[in-house]
Ligand binder design. Structure first.
Ligand code: ATP
Ligand code: MG
Length: 328
């Protein structure tokens, strides 16, 4: 059975971009493939973060994933730093990863432009991502569109490793994309990202969802209620497509074009539909927060399984690369 690997950073709240672009897909895939999903804390530390908050965020991300529908009886869920081989394989890959390609990655350019001093770990982020995937020799990687470039680099690293050592060991992982799901942030300017604070959390309260939607960017042509708008350039309209039914979506477009209602009315309908859509997940999360020991047990079982798989890969990598085995 093909193996699937994907990850999400505990760099903030699980947001609707993550959900629509990736996690919703993961929930489907766990019925069709052998799936491994990781909360990638080693990636999250490449951005500014608060050490005192990391463990709580990691646990909260696990709760979010379980609440979204990942089922530990059908897939493996674990925390990346609990499997030390990720960092180990990354080091091996650093010796074949092309520096020029790393410098050309859009995510690196975006994130480094917001930093005064750029850590090498941010540059090497995609090398760690290649290690995450290839440690399990995964065939398929479900990601949002923003990660396609990184995945291409993982394929390149697999090819270079195989060519350098004359083996056919690592498969070239292929993307599994949910088409058209690059969710824009509430600022209407950049993709929705945990690190940009332009998100709506999947587990947020109805009040918080409304507070965030209310000031969100719409078509700038609608300066007053009487100005007709163009739904095709409005992020609120594109969110309606994900959370409202077909008839409502058509109605929203007509009312916007004809200036038959204001943006706030449009947002209220979206908020109600979004709140209803997310309610079951919020309830499941509340139940899980009451049983943190159960969440920890899921993560521990996941890590144990992954450490076993990872140590097999690393033994083979050590042999291929010519290291002296310990104890010889
Ligand atoms: P950060 O800002 O810290 O990079 P993020 O919000 O981009 O966080 P990641 O943990 O980097 O989230 O990505 C997790 C998954 O969510 C990836 O598969 C990624 O492709 C997907 N994803 C992230 N943002 C979006 C978005 N705006 N639309 C669709 N998919 C997204
Ligand atoms: Mg990201």
């Amino acid at each position: 059975m093909p193996r699937v690997f994907s990850g999400i950073q505990p760099s903030g709240e699980l947001h609707i971009g993550n959900y629509l672009g990736a996690v919703r897909n993961w929930v489907q895939l766990q019925d069709q493939y052998e799936c491994i999903f990781s909360i990638v804390d080693l990636h999250a530390i490449t951005q500014p973060y608060e050490p005192g908050e990391l463990s709580a965020r990691t646990l909260e991300m696990a709760i979010g994933l379980l609440a979204a529908g990942l089922d530990p009886d059908k897939c493996t869920i674990f925390v990346q730093s609990h499997v030390p081989q990720h960092a180990e394989l990354m080091w091996m890959f650093n010796t074949v990863a092309p520096l020029g390609e790393l410098e050309r990655q859009t995510q690196f350019k975006d994130k480094s432009s917001r930093m005064e001093s750029v850590p090498a770990g941010l540059l090497n982020y995609p090398v760690l991502q290649a290690a995450d995937i290839l440690l399990y020799r995964a065939d398929l990687v479900p990601v949002g569109e923003d990660q396609l470039q990184h995945l291409e680099l993982s394929r390149e690293i697999a090819r270079r490793f195989n060519a350098r050592f004359g083996v056919d060991f690592f498969p070239e992982p292929k993307p599994l994309l949910t088409p058209g799901t690059r969710i824009m942030g509430l600022d209407g300017e950049a993709k929705m990202s945990k690190s940009l604070g332009n998100t709506i959390g999947v587990l947020e309260s109805p009040e918080a969802i409304w507070e965030k939607l209310r000031p969100a960017k719409t078509d700038p042509a609608r300066k007053t209620r009487k100005d007709p708008g163009n739904p095709d350039v409005c992020n609120i309209y594109s969110l309606h497509k994900h959370f409202s039914d077909g008839a409502t979506v058509t109605d929203v477009a007509t009312r916007c074009r004809g200036a038959a209602w204001g943006c706030l009315d449009c947002k209220r309908v979206l908020a109600d539909n979004m709140i209803a859509h997310l309610a079951p997940m919020r309830e499941r999360a509340a139940a899980l927060r009451d049983r943190p020991e159960r969440v920890r047990a899921v993560l521990e079982a996941g890590a144990e399984h992954c450490r076993r798989l990872a140590s097999r890969t690393m033994a083979e990598v050590g042999r291929i690369m010519g290291f002296l085995p310990p104890g010889m």
